[in-house]
Design a protein. Structure first.
Length: 275
């Protein structure tokens, strides 16, 4: 995040926003800047990719499903926009720790002991580490001690749209993002790679709510896509994973998506039309 902060300081904040007497490295200024940058970035990712997904990928026929709520899209967006600033508060604290040099993020490829191969390996390990972390956090949020208070608001959307992707209770939203932030404090990771992965995971979160259940046949039971996550919203105790089905299979919570068996929401609507 220090790359983004440095660019914002150079091009916008120092010349146009802050007084010249306020040094760029002053902690409170960094916290304030990170809060603004994080919120603007989250809004841009959510609204841009959510809108693109909603208009070009989401199957709008799903809005005819009986479990699709009245004014649902507006409600999803409103809930997300109210939650994102609160989610950003602890997120900014972790970004601040990164900026102050407490993480294992590095600037140059040569700083990696394994060069480019280390960068590619870190991308894979990031995905598998965060997938594991999100699985157990997500599953924990379904426990009766936490579900009603923190995770149930996200399950209001039985037939979700891309705009449901970030419509979480703030505690829920931050907890499920925590593995992304923990990783660079535990393992070396290139800074640009981290930014790219951070954008990727946000886009992926949107994609598993887009109602497009198409997955290459060979990957249907490996990749946790929209079909899997739709069944999670519908049937509650299955498919907690983020990118892969590995931990659901290990944890005994894997469910073959109903959409792959001719029993999904699209099939339900087709049968309604035939009647």
């Amino acid at each position: 995040m220090d790359l983004v902060l440095a660019a914002a300081d150079q091009h916008i904040l120092t010349p146009y926003v802050y007084p010249s007497s306020w040094p760029e490295g002053e902690p409170f200024r960094q916290l304030l800047s990170l809060f603004v940058i994080t919120n603007l970035g989250a809004l841009a990712l959510y609204l841009l990719f959510g809108t693109l997904s909603y208009y070009f990928i989401f199957v709008h026929e799903l809005k005819k499903h009986p479990q699709f709520l009245e004014n649902q899209v507006r409600r999803e967006i409103t809930y997300a926009l109210r939650s994102l600033p609160w989610i950003s508060v602890p997120t900014v604290a972790l970004f601040f720790a990164e900026v102050r040099g407490y993480s294992k993020l590095y600037d140059n490829i040569q700083d990696s002991p394994y060069g480019w191969s280390g960068v590619f390996l870190s991308m894979l390990s990031f995905l598998f580490f965060t997938d594991m972390g999100i699985y157990w956090i997500h599953r924990g949020l379904h426990h009766k001690l936490f579900y009603k208070r923190f995770h149930k608001p996200h399950h209001v959307w039985k037939i979700a749209t891309p705009f449901a992707s970030h419509a979480f209770h703030p505690v829920d939203g931050f907890m499920q993002s925590l593995p992304y932030h923990i990783y660079p404090f535990l393992f070396p990771l290139h800074k640009v790679t981290y930014l790219g992965l951070y954008i990727f995971v946000n886009v992926w979160t949107i994609s598993i709510h887009d109602g497009d259940y198409r997955v290459p046949r060979l990957l249907r039971h490996i990749i946790n896509g929209s079909a899997h996550h739709t069944d999670h919203h519908l049937y509650f105790d299955y498919n907690y994973g983020q990118y892969f089905t590995l931990w659901d299979k290990i944890g005994g919570s894997y469910k073959s998506p109903t959409a792959f068996e001719g029993k999904g929401p699209h099939d339900y609507l087709r049968k309604l039309r035939e009647k």
